[in-house]
Each structure stands twice: as C-alpha cells, then as structure tokens.
Design a protein around this ligand. Structure first.
Ligand code: N01
Length: 537
C-alpha cells in the first residue's frame, strides 16, 4: 500500500437534497449529459414533504399551481383530489415524478453532507458525508430547502418527561393516535394552526400553548372540481406563463383596484368580504398595497380581528387569539381549516404564554409558574432556523478556506440568492436573497434550476472552469434586498423572515420582496449582459 489517498471519481455535479429542487435539478443536468449525484438526508425523496408528516399538513398554494410545469405530459396526467393538497398526496406526486423520470438511481439516501470544501488547485468541490464518504465534483448545488433545520426550544425537564413528544417536522412514519390522550401543542405558526384542529378531533384534551397569536385566513379547501381542473389543463402553459408575470408567481382568481383607504366603509366591507370568501394567501394579494401601506393594512387586519371575534364564542379566548402587535402578513400569513372554530370545543384550552412562559416540563406535564398542565403527549410546532440554518449546518468553505459561517456572521450575503462571492461553482436553489419563500415555491425553484442549467451550459460552451459573483455585485444585491424590504411593512414583525425566532441570529430580512416577476427579469438581464456581476475563469 502506498498510503496515498484514492480520490473518488470527479463528477460534474453533486446536488444536495432530493426535494422539489434537487429532483428537478438532477433531471435538468442529466438532460445535459452531465454526471450527477444527489445526496439526500432522508430515506426517500420529497424534502419538506418527506419530513413534515404531522396530521393536517397541507400546502397553502393550490395544487394546480404548486406542481412542476416542466413536463406537459406530467401536468396533464396527474390528478389532484383536492384544491389544496395534503402532505401524503404531495408526497405521492413527488414519488411519481421520481419514478417517471427514473431519478432514484442517482440519489444516495440516508446521507447528510456535513462539509463542502472548495479545492482551489483543482477548481472542484470536495464533499464529506455523514457516512464517511467523500465526493468530488466541479459544481455543488445546494437544494436543501429553507425549512430543513428544525428547532425544539431548550426547556428544562424534557428528558424526564414520562409521556411521548413529537416534532411536526420530524413526525414518525407510523400512524399516531391521540384518542383518549391529553396533548400539549407548543407553537401556533402555520404548522400548529394546521395540526391543532385535527388533533382536537381525536384527543381527550388539547392545551394550545401560544406565545404570539397569528393571523389566519380560511383555505375553503374542498374536492377539486372537474371543470376547474379542466379549465387549468385546457390552457396550462398559458396560465403558468401568466403566473410568471406576477410578484408572487401565483395566478390569482381575482384582484381589485379598490384602495381600502379611499373606499367608503360599505365598499371596504364588501371588498374585504369578497377577499375573505376567496380565502387563503390570496387575501394578501387581493388588495395591492397591504404590505406597503400601514393604513390599508390596519383596515384589513381589523377585518380579520372581527372575524376571529365572530367565530370564537368566549370573548376572553377570542381576545387572546387576536394579533395586535404586528401588521397583517408580516409574519407568514397562516391558512387554516377550522382553526379558530376549534377553540369553541370543550376539549381545547388556550394557554396564553404571554402570561407566563413554560418554566419546566415535569415528568407528567408542563409547568407554568405554579400551575402544572398534566399531559400524556407534547407536540412541538416550534419552527425552523429558516433559510440560512440548513446552509450553516454544513461546514462550507470557499477560496482560502473561507467559511460561510464567518462570511454570514452578520447575515446572509449572496448575489441573486444564487451564488456567493469567494465560493465559486457553488449554487443555492431558493437561497436567502431570492424571492423563494415569498412566492409559489415550485415556480421559484424551476426558475432557479433553469438559470443554473443555462449557466453551466454557458460555462461549458465558453470553456470556463469557474463562475462566482464579484464582491461589488454581491454587496449591491444585499443592499438592494434590504432597501426593498425596508419599503414594506415586513421587517416590522418578529418573524422568521428576519431571524427573530432564533436567539442570537442577526436581524436581517432574508428573502427578496421585490417581486418574482422583476427578479426573474433581473436574472435574465444579467445573462443577456454576459453574466454581468459574475467573474468566469
Ligand atoms: O414555524 P413558525 P412553523 N415557546 O416559526 C412558537 C412554512 N410552512 O413550522 O411566534 C413557545 O411559523 C412560535 O412563537 P413566536 C411556512 O412558510 C408552510 O409553523 O415565535 N412557543 C410560533 O408560534 C411557515 O411560516 C406550511 O412567538 C414557541 C411557533 O412556535 C414556516 O414553514 C405549513 C417557542 C413556530 O411557528 C414555519 O412554520 C407549515 C417557545 N420556546 C409550515 N419557540 C404550508 O404550506 C417557538 N415558538 C401550509
């Protein structure tokens, strides 16, 4: 034995993650004839939809839009049973895609990338995994999602709890039955708001531990009507194209030019009611200025507060459920099925943590000051270290061994949310600085994956080995992302958008709120200008 290390075969690309982004990235790169390997932490495809199996989990974008558009055959053949699909249906769809395009053979499951180091001498990325493997590739594409770094709060005593505890984003694969059990749910974000009504139907009693009340709009979900499905399928490409021209990458049912501020009280009420009946996230889009104009936002927020007052029978419970401290939509707007109605059930108790936070978990329950809530199970719906968390968990090192953790110590810095200066040939899908989480994710993902694919073609055609952003272009983009955010009401809330849910995380508005349509145009303009702001060597 010579003792010399045998390096693995150099691949064209390693893609990290086999969710919506990673699968489509693999498909596109294989089409180009590139050698690609996908490394996925889960034991199967699906990403977010693989992990988040909690009861009630569903998408808040209509499935006719929250789906791939790249294959006409796929979008014509697939049948969604409901308007807003539940997690098992979305996972069934993703599995179908993986099978249809024969994607699994290039995916290594049950493996986490722990480090990615750029080798300047070879201009390649060396990746290390939790299984001790080493992979080497010219390009590294992080398709690891924005919500793959879950958080459970450190509460004293959890290790001594005699019951069972669960986390929404690490839900067991077997069916969990809460019949006859007393359950505490901690957290009332999108996950908690979807989960609580379902658990309340089974459990003996549910204690909902709420730290900050949330605005939520009814989904009005139901079976997908054949006429509506046919309407989409009869002109799918055109409707998808129309979605691309909107700020949220969503084709909405209706919008109004009515200004809530200028309208009479009767007109306001009528328009708000119309918007409420459409429901879901479209409530935020129906009026054009809710995220910019505080007066307009106040009117819409008060309308939602009144809906909560009308729905929840006990006024003291309604008052505790009403958000008062931030504008509507500045924490991610929730979309629900019977959330506020659930508080009219005798087996549901709202525990308002503003009157005292959880001091301890005892062997039999949750203690807040002197009171112990005796429970059999605890469900943590306590969120994620969003957007940056998944990237910072990996030891990523670029030129001169520079660490992304050091580079992002004051907040994420990217050019277009796609690439990072000093980290050549490293791409991020839906990263911080891109519109991603503020849009229909599947559209944002396809736009990024297509951009990356075109970029690799360009490099190959021009015999370049590396591409990376120029520092000045990156600085200007970071500035632009912040300036645009500050024109809106969004930075006002203590949301995960600004990292406020993670102790010590720098307060920076992470996604790009300038609109998907403008963003996509900017990306294309940069390509048309010979990859302006990038250096290729
Ligand atoms: O997480 P969250 P999520 N003690 O961060 C509370 C997407 N998503 O998983 O607001 C007590 O929103 C925390 O309180 P506060 C979507 O983009 C989409 O629900 O920080 N409570 C909050 O109530 C979404 O926005 C879909 O004061 C504690 C909750 O836990 C994102 O994922 C479905 C606490 C966390 O809410 C994240 O949603 C699900 C503590 N120590 C998720 N720590 C759909 O498509 C935290 N909390 C529909």
């Amino acid at each position: 034995m010579s003792g010399e290390e045998i390096l693995p075969k150099m691949l064209d690309a390693v893609v990290v993650g086999a969710g919506f982004s990673g699968l489509y990235m693999l498909h596109r790169l294989r089409e180009q004839g590139l050698s690609v390997k996908v490394v996925e932490a889960g034991d199967d495809v699906g990403g977010t939809w693989y992990w988040n199996r909690y009861p009630g989990a569903r998408c808040d974008i209509e499935s006719m839009q929250y789906s791939y558009s790249f294959s006409e055959e796929l979008q014509q053949e697939w049948k969604w049973p409901e308007v807003f699909s539940c997690q098992p249906e979305i996972l069934r769809y993703i599995n179908h895609v993986a099978d249809k395009f024969d994607l699994r053979k290039d995916i290594q499951f049950g493996t986490r990338v722990t480090a990615a180091i750029f080798d300047e001498t070879q201009s390649c990325w060396e990746m290390h995994t939790s299984r001790g493997d080493k992979l080497v590739a010219k390009f590294c594409i992080m398709a690891i999602g924005c919500f793959s770094s879950p958080r459970i709060p450190q509460i004293k005593g959890l290790d001594r709890f005699n019951g069972k505890y669960y986390q929404t984003s690490r839900w067991p694969h077997e069916n969990i039955c809460f019949t006859g059990r007393r359950v505490a749910v901690i957290g009332t974000g999108s996950s908690g708001i979807q989960l609580i009504p379902v658990i309340a139907e089974q459990a003996d009693h549910v204690f909902v531990c709420q730290r900050t009340p949330n605005f939520s709009i009814p989904a009005h979900n139901g079976p997908l009507q054949p006429e509506y499905e046919q309407w989409w399928k009869s002109n799918y490409a055109e409707y998808r194209r129309q979605a691309l021209e909107t700020p949220f990458a969503i084709k909405v049912k209706h919008e109004t030019s009515t200004s809530l501020v200028a309208a009479t009280p009767e007109e306001r009420q009528a328009e708000l009611e119309k918007s409420w009946q459409i429901g879901g996230l479209e409530f935020l889009i129906y009026f054009h200025d809710l995220l910019f104009n505080k007066e307009s936002n106040d009117i819409a927020a008060e309308f939602v507060r009144n809906k909560i007052r009308e729905t929840v029978k006990k006024s003291e419970v309604a008052d505790a459920l009403i958000p008062q401290t931030y504008p509507l939509g500045t924490k991610r707007l929730c979309v629900d099925s019977n959330y506020f109605q659930t508080f009219n059930r005798d087996n549901v108790t709202l525990v308002d943590l503003r009157n005292g936070s959880i001091d301890e978990i005892t062997p039999t329950g949750i203690r807040i000051k002197e009171k112990i809530y005796e429970v059999d199970d605890i469900v943590f719906a306590t969120g994620f270290d969003a957007m940056t968390g998944p990237l910072l968990e990996i030891d990523i090192r670029g030129r001169s061994n520079k660490s992304i953790r050091d580079k992002w110590a004051e907040g994420p810095r990217t050019y277009l949310g796609l690439m990072i200066a000093d980290f050549p040939n490293l791409f991020i899908v839906a990263g911080p600085g891109s519109p991603s989480v503020l849009t229909n994710m599947t559209v944002a993902i396809e736009q990024h994956v297509d951009w990356i694919t075109e970029c690799l073609k360009y490099l190959s055609k021009n015999h370049y080995h590396t591409i990376e952003p120029q520092v000045e272009a990156e600085n200007n983009w970071v500035l632009h992302v912040n300036e645009i955010a500050n024109l809106t009401l969004l930075p006002l809330a203590n949301s995960w958008y600004v990292g406020a849910n993670i102790v010590g995380k720098p307060r920076v508005f992470m996604p790009y709120i300038g609109g998907f349509n403008l963003y996509a145009k900017k990306c294309q303009d940069i390509v048309n200008n010979d990859y302006e702001g990038f250096t290729c060597t």
